[in-house]
Design a protein around this ligand. Structure first.
Ligand SMILES: [Zn+2]
Ligand SMILES: [Zn+2]
Length: 385
């Protein structure tokens, strides 16, 4: 253990023992790349599509963003420099606004897709809007925000409204569409919305996405170092958007975003449309009724989690749990053993769980049923003491 890791471990211990951290299994975020299982027909790509470098108001060179992404297991990234806010321009003159993209792109290896991007940076309305998959950021420097959005869309861009809950632009923190946003949505030049930005979640933004067919996005909007901004209480990991794409290529990722195939992962919570949260949860969790140990009528069920997020589940099955309370946690990349009082020996069983760390609409958590699970014959593991 290095001194740095020792220090982190000591900090983690201090936080957990003082109750500042509710959980005991977050430590892996500090060491492991983010990892989520693929879905049938789709790769699950971990993306962070809103980041800054010294080419706008960020504090690092673009290649550092690439290295951070590699460390975190990010598979798709964009540098989205402010077009209109260039505080380092005197020290780092760069007439070509695509420069940070090229530096990052040339530094990245095959396992990281770097796509083009820029942040249109206006007061409200419309506030800040990211345009990614654009051809040329230089041609987006113009006055009228509607004209910028039209040009970015004409270039093939995917545009999303950044931090609609940001207090400096919306002092009540309540994300709300303005008439200009409604015009942009109607003109199909605004395609997504950040439901999560940095350390902010907006359930109003989630509702806007659902009501107006916008893609649900979550990003770090990092300016400093990821390691300093996200790996201590309370964020623990940078917010990312999981994208379900047919390939790790710009056209496939772009198509997935226009098709709303996203789930945001933020503070160990999955936020997205039920259509994608549900298959992702099913891919992460394996629920295995292994048998009735010792001939007792308590069905032993092993729940395994193959993902980077812990799950918090509530039992909604027809059977009560033995030992465990109705709400329990499945650690990231870990497993737990449950016992269900089925009252008779079953050969197959339906088990239902409400996924409390998944959000499919404001304050709404999905309940998933695993149907007709075959009960195994493993009667070996004695559980009762
Ligand atoms: Zn912004
Ligand atoms: Zn930004």
């Amino acid at each position: 253990m290095t001194a740095d890791r020792l220090l982190r471990a000591a900090l983690f211990f201090a936080l957990t023992t003082t109750g500042l951290l509710a959980h005991d299994d977050e430590a892996h975020h500090w060491d492991e790349p983010f990892d989520f299982p693929d879905l049938p027909g789709y790769l699950t790509l971990v993306s962070d599509l809103h980041q800054h470098s010294v080419f706008s108001d960020g504090a690092v060179w673009p290649t550092i963003r690439v290295q951070e992404s590699k460390r975190d297991g990010i598979e798709v990234m964009a540098l989205t420099e402010h077009l209109e806010y260039q505080p380092h321009a005197a020290d780092i003159p760069h007439p070509d606004r695509n420069r940070s993209f090229h530096l990052a792109h040339d530094h990245a290896q095959d396992d990281l897709l770097v796509v083009t991007g820029a942040e249109v940076t206006r007061s409200m309305p419309p506030g800040h809007i990211n345009a990614i998959f654009i051809e040329d950021a230089n041609r987006l420097i113009m006055d009228d925000p509607m004209a910028v959005a039209q040009e970015a869309t004409r270039q093939g861009g995917f545009l999303f409204w950044n931090h609609p809950m940001w207090l400096p632009q919306k002092p009540d923190g309540v994300s709300e569409l303005t008439p200009l946003h409604e015009q942009m949505i109607a003109a199909k030049v605004l395609h997504g919305i950040e439901v999560v930005n940095h350390g902010r979640y907006s359930e109003e933004a989630l509702q806007i996405a659902l009501d107006h067919d916008l893609t649900i996005m979550g990003t770090s909007d990092v300016h400093g170092l990821i390691a300093w901004e996200y790996e201590t209480y309370p964020h623990l990991h940078r917010p990312v958007t999981l994208i379900f794409a047919e390939a790790q290529t710009a056209p496939a990722v772009r198509e997935a975003l226009f098709d709303h195939r996203t789930v945001v992962w933020y503070t160990d919570t999955l936020i997205g449309r039920q259509r994608w949260v549900e298959p992702l949860t099913r891919a992460c969790l394996d629920i295995a009724p292994v048998g009735y140990p010792n001939d007792h009528l308590a069905l032993k069920v092993v729940v395994s989690n193959s993902s980077s997020t812990p799950f918090t589940l509530r039992n909604r099955s027809a059977y009560a749990l033995h030992r465990t309370a109705d709400i329990f946690r499945v650690p990231a990349h870990g497993q737990i053993t449950l016992e269900f009082k089925t009252r008779e020996k079953l050969e197959a069983v339906d088990l239902s769980f409400e996924v409390l760390n998944a959000i499919i609409a404001p304050a709404t958590h999905p309940t998933l049923t695993w149907e007709k699970l075959t009960v195994g014959t493993d009667a070996s593991a004695a559980a009762e003491h």
